[in-house]
Design a binder for this molecule. Structure first.
Ligand code: FES
Length: 101
């Protein structure tokens, strides 16, 4: 059964930015794309880099370590169809962002 965790307040993650969060013993990368929040596995599939600290352009995040890029709305790697970061359901309630793990 999935559990719900608070990741951040809405104000902490401005549109066009992301945040590395820890929830339920996992590292989660949270992003704000034009006011819509998305959460994917925060550990890069390449070599474990911090995806949540990557630069966000539109809905594409670039891992700060070696530049792999993912669509934060789907978790899909931009070039390799077989690589996909896990995507988690996000909800916003009373100014806080929650994730289900
Ligand atoms: S660890 Fe993310 S691109 Fe290498």
């Amino acid at each position: 059964m999935p559990e719900r965790y608070r990741l951040a307040s809405v104000d902490e993650v401005a549109p066009g930015t992301g945040k590395e969060c820890v929830a339920g013993g996992r590292i989660i990368a949270l992003f704000n794309v034009d006011g819509e929040f998305h959460a994917i596995d925060g550990i890069c599939a390449h070599a474990g880099g911090p995806v949540g600290n990557g630069a966000l352009t539109g809905n594409i995040v670039t891992c700060p370590w070696h530049g792999w890029q993912y669509d934060v709305k789907t978790g899909q790697h931009c070039l390799a169809p077989t690589i996909c970061q896990q995507l988690f359901p996000v909800t916003v309630e009373d100014g806080d962002v929650f994730v289900e793990l």
